[in-house]
Design a protein around this ligand. Structure first.
Ligand SMILES: NC(=O)c1ccc[n+]([C@@H]2O[C@H](COP(=O)([O-])OP(=O)(O)OC[C@H]3O[C@@H](n4cnc5c(N)ncnc54)[C@H](O)[C@@H]3O)[C@@H](O)[C@H]2O)c1
Length: 256
């Protein structure tokens, strides 16, 4: 099968583990040149090296860091065609427990980081001298559709990312830029986030599996497949969309 992303340059945030690491691996298999970023330097380097990708340390909440990431990508690869805004955290605090410091910390990463990524990506992609369309892929969550009361900030951040994505998509289309922007909406996926939750809820994996009519939890590679599609020419008329990758979880009528 031909490589679907050959000739493209991708930046993937949070590439050190879980969904981001799976996307780095798949994008490399599909022929993309990749700059992976993360705050976890050791793991980020190891994943990137295994995939033949480049790696740079980045805190997505830091504005200057975004400039450095795009400058590095342009210096090393000449252009940027794909940005996957994947880095994200959970806090696990309800509306009664949340404190302002935790609230702003999570929003800085999960929401403001995504906004800054989109801003820098548009500035870079609209200067591309021809070639593939720009594609921004934001990783939201099923909690953008159904509340997780145990993590009010996470839920707020992911629903905001969902509409931020649509605003970016429409802005780019109306401005005449050849740049698409889409959400992936993962359901529960077996990564470090789930393992962290399992420290509090020991049967977390089984619980998550039972929420899907397919009766299994998602794997990072399930999400990576959607990220390949959205970055590829097959998705050339897809922008502003919510791609559910949740094993049908949100399709189930409550009570069934
Ligand atoms: N796992 C799930 O069930 C699930 C479901 C829906 C959405 N998501 C979303 O998928 C994305 C990836 O999560 P995951 O499940 O792979 O978790 P993960 O913890 O395995 O990976 C997240 C990565 O982000 C990095 N990171 C954290 N803070 C950062 C920062 N400030 N700057 C740069 N990198 C940072 C971490 O070091 C880590 O490598 C997140 O946005 C998450 O909200 C996950």
């Amino acid at each position: 099968m031909p490589e679907r992303l050959s000739g493209r340059v991708a930046i993937v945030t949070g590439g050190a583990s879980g969904i981001g690491a799976a996307i780095v691996k798949r994008y490399a298999e599909e022929g993309a040149q990749i700059l992976s970023t993360d705050v976890d330097v050791d793991q980020g380097n190891a994943v990137a090296e295994a995939a033949g990708a480049a790696f740079i340390e980045q805190d997505v909440a830091n504005e200057q860091g975004w400039k450095e990431v795009f400058e590095t990508a342009r210096a090393d690869f000449g252009r940027v065609d794909i940005l996957v805004n994947n880095a994200g955290i959970v806090i696990g605090k309800s509306i009664e427990d949340i404190d302002l410091e935790s609230w702003y910390h999570l929003l800085g990463i999960n929401l403001t980081g995504v906004m800054m990524g989109c801003q820098n990506a548009i500035a870079a992609m609209k200067q591309n001298p021809g070639g593939p369309a720009g594609s921004i892929v934001n990783i939201s969550s099923t909690s953008a559709f159904a509340a997780l009361p145990g993590d009010v900030t996470y839920t707020a951040s992911k629903s905001a990312v969902r509409m931020l994505t649509k605003s970016v998509a429409v802005h780019c289309a109306q401005a005449g830029y050849d740049i698409r922007c889409n959400n992936i909406i993962p359901g529960a996926t077996h990564t470090g986030i789930i393992d962290k939750a399992a420290q509090v809820v020991p049967d977390m994996v089984d619980l998550a599996a039972s929420m899907s009519p397919m009766n299994r939890i998602g794997q990072p590679s399930d999400i990576a497949g959607a990220a390949v599609y959205l970055a590829s020419d097959d998705a050339r008329f897809v922008s502003g969309s919510d791609m559910l990758v949740d094993g049908g979880m949100l399709a189930v009528h409550p009570g069934y």
